[in-house]
Design a binder for this molecule. Structure first.
Ligand code: AMP
Ligand code: MG
Length: 324
């Protein structure tokens, strides 16, 4: 089931990662020269990633709808931006026209609902991208509110846990009911991945966003302590956090938005959550409810917990104490 979808999603994400990688390499090189941070490279990479993936999906599944972060509005401000996006996207799609690129961006406003549609974050973790750190290209297919296919490209994630000096660039994929896998972004046979079997809080580990504005470090630390964790929190950008849980490198991912008005967005969690579930883990809000991906914004209580499953209920119980 979903073999064509998985194949198309994985190929599109790989291709987009090649585009975004080239830009991040330039950003990192430029940061060494200029002091003032220039955000435009990430905008170019973000838009080109969406253009390329949108075009590949439209070719493979012409009837499928797309829910994604970007549209072509930024082009109105800057013809130069449009030219740079086209130049980058054409490295993958040489015959791409300007009209196709705009359409690829503007067709992404699907509000959700029933049936099947694709959910894309063309660059998740833009702050990590600009710092030269972790980011992800996150593509998922949703059917009747549940994620059924996921392809999560993590261009800077070491292939082997803990081997920061070794090869980087992982593609994590999952199909509902079929398990989760990791391959090298540059291509290899890949392997099945599984969550950690840790059940002891004292030796369990948790990761959170690098950006404290996105997820409260303070609350996460209090929750971790209340749940009996003793190890320091690991700070990681983007849905790479779900990847770390899925491959058993970290026991759990705590997401506790700081702002009470913030609503979590489908494309920030769709691909990552299926990868964790199919690796044997569990993903819920802090009321213990499954996530419903039928809308652009998620209806979650307090935030999101992704874990190895074994420790999930203990952390939810601690959260009831801390969060009320
Ligand atoms: P992360 O890299 O885990 O910090 O998550 C990056 C994502 O955080 C972005 O894709 C945004 O959609 C999302 N984000 C932006 N502002 C906020 C906020 N105030 N609270 C929670 N998440 C946010
Ligand atoms: Mg994002």
């Amino acid at each position: 089931m979903y073999e064509r979808e998985l194949e198309a999603a994985a190929a599109a994400v790989r291709e987009a990662c090649r585009l975004t990688r080239a830009v991040q390499d330039q950003v990192v090189a430029a940061r060494a020269r200029v002091l003032k941070a220039d955000r435009s490279p990430v905008t170019v990479a973000d838009l080109a990633s969406q253009v390329a993936i949108s075009a590949r999906l439209a070719a493979a599944f012409p009837d499928d709808l797309l829910m994604a972060e970007e549209d072509s509005a930024p082009f109105a401000q800057s013809p130069d931006l449009e030219r740079r996006v086209l130049d980058l996207a054409r490295r993958a799609l040489p015959d791409l026209t300007a009209e196709q690129a705009r359409h690829g961006l503007d067709r992404a406003g699907h509000p959700g609902g029933g049936g099947r549609f694709w959910v894309l974050d063309p660059i998740d973790g833009t702050k990590g991208f600009l710092r030269g750190e972790q980011y992800a290209v996150a593509l998922a297919m949703v059917e009747d509110g549940r994620v059924v296919v996921a392809a999560l490209g993590c261009p800077n994630l070491p292939l082997t846990a803990g081997d920061a000096a070794g090869a980087r660039g992982c593609l994590l994929t999952a199909v509902r009911g079929r398990g989760a896998r990791q391959q090298a972004l540059d291509g290899d046979a890949g392997r099945a991945i599984a969550v950690e079997t840790e059940v002891e809080p004292a030796t369990a580990t948790a990761c959170v966003s690098v950006e404290a504005e996105h997820s409260s470090h303070d609350l996460a630390q209090r929750l971790a302590t209340a749940a009996g964790l003793t190890r320091p929190l690991r700070l990681v950008d983007s849905q790479c956090k779900y990847g770390l849980v899925a491959r058993g490198e970290v026991t759990m991912y705590l997401r506790l938005p700081k702002s009470s008005t913030w609503r979590e967005i489908a494309w920030d969690h769709a691909a990552g959550s299926l990868v964790v579930e199919e690796a044997g883990g569990r993903v819920t809000d802090f009321a213990g409810r499954d996530l419903d991906f039928s809308r652009r914004t998620l209806d979650v209580t307090h935030g999101i917990l992704a874990s190895n499953r074994h420790i999930h209920d203990q952390v939810l119980a601690a959260a009831r104490e801390i969060l009320g």
